[in-house]
Design a protein around this ligand. Structure first.
Ligand code: EPU
Length: 426
């Protein structure tokens, strides 16, 4: 298992280009199942979850091309024939987003067999709301041996209100509804930009969708969809992570190729902290400034403060003056990074879904373990600010969603290297 070895306290200087959004690319890849024509995606990040999704699609008979060498950010997929409309446990257990194939398979093939994901490091994360949505569209579901078996001769449009806001749930049911018979009205939908990105691809494929990015999405079902080309939106979470890396090291870091409007809640909180921030039409820049002040955040669905940036913000707050109360409302167990940050010298107390961070703390390098994707990113940030050397284990988590993070950071002056398990560190 690879590890990162990081020597901290070097201000990051230079430019990092932000890649395409993993969480937009995943549903867009699943959408290729909706048509027999080719779907080509550009700006697809070269990360593990994308490779896993590709394997999943190939296991169903989808032909894929690209995604390597110079064309590593472009993937062409063609589901001319779907031979096995099935997402096996072996893949779903490594990546829950595999369940995104349920809606497209049901809509196009009238049947699907999808493993139920188990629990996850950050919470229970059931998919009951996806399933209820499919039933509302007329699918018959049964659960056997850990799998959902779904069937429908043709889905029919319906009204469905999500009991709570779910990002992949909204995407999954949206993909089912585009080929359903008649009108579907989805209420209490996720308003995340990734949903809008998916709707953009579906519309380019011939779907009729109104209201994506609002709480109410209306879909007029069509009989068939055709191929399309689509450019994946920039990764707002990657951008937010590097932005905080700039501030935690007191560096002058410029991030390009992003959409600042997607990061409004983070930018507002950073300004409250006193962060010296420059904002351009498609770029952001950090400048060295006085020590940040601790501010409170509460995670929420978009446009609120993204839960996927909570761990990184917590690392940043260990270096701020005063207390910061961080409330996590989306996932019930998303504070695993706090104990690791404390091992590095932070002062963080957890009470239920609240973390109280008291800064500024002198962080010092230690051996720590990543527990999930964003927790790993917070440990990288802490390591960049710490005295001495930090070794982060289990970085396969980070490889799921950050493309070549060590190369991007190294190009701006960070002392970070990847080592295999058996290689000595010194
Ligand atoms: N929920 C249910 N039932 C459902 C679906 C969700 O109870 O059927 C609950 C979840 O347990 C959670 C809340 O609703 O408490 C919100 O979960 P949501 O469904 O929105 O999460 P998700 O769609 O599984 C996506 C991202 C996550 C991100 C969350 C929240 C993808 C592939 N994943 O997950 O990204 O944290 O939305 O914004 O889009 C990450 O990239 O590190 C990551 C975890």
């Amino acid at each position: 298992m690879d590890k990162f070895v990081i020597r901290g306290q070097r201000p990051l200087e230079g430019t990092i280009r932000i890649g395409g959004a993993k969480n937009a690319a995943l549903p867009c890849m699943a959408a290729c199942l909706l048509t027999e024509d080719p779907v080509t995606l550009e700006n697809v990040p070269d990360v593990r979850d994308i490779q896993t999704t590709r394997k999943l699609l190939e296991s169903m008979g989808v032909e894929t091309d690209g995604g390597s060498g110079r064309a590593r950010h472009k993937i062409r997929m063609q589901a001319a024939r779907v031979t096995t409309p099935e997402a096996a446990y072996e893949l779903v257990k490594t990546m829950r987003a595999s369940t995104l194939v349920l809606g497209p398979l049901l809509a196009r093939m009238g049947q699907a067999k999808v493993s139920l994901p188990g629990g996850c490091a950050i919470g229970a994360r059931p998919i009951d709301l996806h399933l209820k949505g499919m039933e509302k569209l007329g699918a018959q579901l049964r659960q056997e041996h850990g799998y959902i078996y779904a069937e429908a001769r043709r889905l029919r449009g319906a009204e469905y209100v999500f009991d709570r806001i779910t990002v992949t749930g909204t995407e999954d049911v949206l993909m089912a509804a585009v080929l359903a018979d008649g009108e579907t009205v989805l209420e209490n939908c996720a308003r995340e930009p990734e949903v809008v990105d998916l709707a953009g691809l579906l519309t380019a494929m011939g779907a009729r969708i109104e209201g994506a990015g609002t709480g109410t999405v209306r879909i007029q079902g069509v009989n068939r969809l055709h191929g399309a080309e689509h450019r994946i939106m920039p990764d707002r979470i990657e951008a937010g992570t590097y932005l905080m890396a700039g501030f935690i090291t007191g560096g002058s870091l410029r991030l390009t190729g992003l959409e600042p409007g997607h990061l409004q809640a983070l930018l507002d909180r950073l300004r409250e902290c006193g962060a010296a921030l420059e904002i351009g039409p498609d770029w952001l820049a950090t400048m060295p400034g006085p020590r940040l002040r601790g501010v409170d955040i509460t995670t929420a669905e978009h446009p609120g403060f993204a839960t996927d940036l909570q761990a990184q913000f917590m690392a940043l707050m260990t270096q701020a003056d005063g207390a910061s109360v961080i409330t996590e409302t989306i996932f019930e167990n998303r504070f695993m990074h706090a104990q690791e940050l404390n091992r590095m010298g932070a002062s963080i107390k957890i009470e239920g879904n609240r973390a109280v961070v008291r800064g500024p703390a002198v962080l010092n390098g230690a051996a720590v373990q990543a527990s999930d994707l964003r927790a790993s990113a917070s440990l990288v940030l802490a390591a960049l600010a710490a005295e001495g050397e930090t070794i982060i284990d289990r970085i396969y988590h980070i490889d799921r969603g950050y493309e070549r993070i060590e190369e991007k950071l190294r190009s701006t002056g960070a002392a970070i290297r990847r080592i295999g398990n058996l290689i000595k560190t010194n």
